[in-house]
Design a protein around this ligand. Structure first.
Ligand SMILES: C[S@@+](CC[C@H](N)C(=O)[O-])C[C@H]1O[C@@H](n2cnc3c(N)ncnc32)[C@H](O)[C@@H]1O
Length: 265
C-alpha cells in the first residue's frame, strides 16, 4: 500500500516539471472526454501540483469552479501558487470526503490517481453522493497487467539481497482491469458512458530520467520502504537493469491506461 509520508520537496518539484509531458497530456484527454461546460463545478481528486485543475478551470470559466484536493501537503503547496478565482486547492483525501455536500459537483475527476487507492468502493460511493444527478465521473488510471519496465526492474532488484531483507509488504499500487472497473462503477450506482484502454509510448534519454520520473510519480514509493543507506545501491541497480533495455534512441517505455466516464443517474 502506498505511503503518503515518503514525499519530499525535490520529488514534488520534479513531479510538477516531469508530469507536464505525461500525466498532464493524458489528463487533457480525460478532460476532453468529460466535455466540461462553462459553469461546471469540478472536484479534482488527487490533484497533485494542480496543473490539470488549472487547465480545467480555464474550461469551466468564471461561472464555474475547480477544487483540487490531494493528501500530500508539499504538492498542495505548489498547487496553491496556481490558485485564483474559480480555482482552489486544499489537503484532502479520497477516503475523507464526508465534509463535501451531497450533489455539490457536476464533475469528479481522477487522473493517474485511482491505481493508488487500495480500496475503491468507499471512494466511488462518495463520488456518487457528491455528484448531482447526471453528473460525470472521469477516471484515467493504469491498466492492470500491462508490462512496465521500471516496475519489473524494481521487482527483480528488490527481490535480491540485501534489499529483500526489507520486504515491501502489500503491492505499492492497485491497478484494475476493464472488467473490474466496470463492476466497481456499476456497484457504486454509475452508468458507464465510456470505458476503453489507451496506449502511449515514450522514450527516456537515460535511466536516471526514467527513475526521476518514477520516483516523483510514486511520491517516493518506488524504493521508499528501504532504509536510507540502501536506497542509492537499489537506485543504481534498477538503473543498470533499465540501461540494459536501451535502444539507440533511449529507453523505451509504454503505459496502457483505462479511460472511463461514468454518469450518476
Ligand atoms: C501521479 S499523481 C497524479 C496527480 C494529478 N492528478 C495529475 O494528473 O498530475 C498521483 C496523486 O495521487 C494522490 N493520491 C494518493 N493517494 C490518494 C488518496 N487516498 N486520495 C487522494 N489522492 C491520492 C497522490 O498524492 C498524488 O498526488
Amino acid at each position: 500500500m502506498p505511503l503518503l509520508t515518503r514525499d519530499n520537496e525535490g520529488l514534488a518539484r520534479d513531479y510538477d516539471a516531469l508530469s507536464a509531458d505525461r500525466q498532464f497530456k493524458s489528463g487533457k484527454q480525460l478532460v476532453q472526454a468529460l466535455a466540461l461546460q462553462p459553469g461546471d463545478h469540478v472536484l479534482d481528486v488527487g490533484c497533485g501540483t494542480g496543473r490539470l485543475a488549472e487547465f480545467m478551470a480555464e474550461h469551466v470559466g468564471p461561472s464555474g469552479h475547480v477544487l483540487g484536493i490531494d493528501p500530500l501537503p508539499l504538492r498542495i503547496n505548489l498547487a496553491q501558487a496556481r490558485s485564483r478565482d474559480g480555482l482552489s486547492f486544499r489537503v484532502g483525501d479520497a477516503y475523507a470526503l464526508d465534509d463535501l455536500p451531497d450533489g455539490a459537483f457536476d464533475v469528479v475527476c481522477l487522473n493517474a490517481v485511482f491505481h493508488w487507492l487500495p480500496e475503491k468502493s468507499g471512494p466511488l460511493r462518495q463520488f456518487a453522493r457528491i455528484l448531482r444527478p447526471g453528473g460525470r465521473l472521469g477516471i484515467s488510471t493504469g491498466l492492470k497487467g500491462h508490462p512496465n519496465p521500471v516496475r519489473e526492474a524494481a521487482a527483480v532488484v528488490l527481490a535480491r539481497p540485501p534489499f529483500a531483507e526489507h520486504p515491501r509488504g502489500e503491492a505499492a499500487d492497485h491497478r484494475v482491469d476493464l472488467d473490474e472497473m466496470r463492476r466497481l462503477l456499476g456497484d457504486a450506482g454509475f452508468k458507464v458512458a465510456l470505458l476503453e484502454t489507451r496506449l502511449s509510448a515514450r522514450v527516456f534519454p537515460t535511466p536516471d530520467e526514467v527513475l526521476r520520473y518514477a520516483e516523483a510519480s510514486s511520491f517516493g514509493n518506488l524504493f521508499g520502504h528501504l532504509p536510507d543507506r540502501l536506497r542509492p545501491a537499489a537506485r543504481a541497480a534498477i538503473g543498470e537493469a533499465l540501461a540494459a533495455l536501451a535502444t539507440p534512441e533511449g529507453i523505451p517505455t509504454s503505459t496502457c491506461r483505462i479511460v472511463t466516464v461514468a454518469i450518476k443517474p
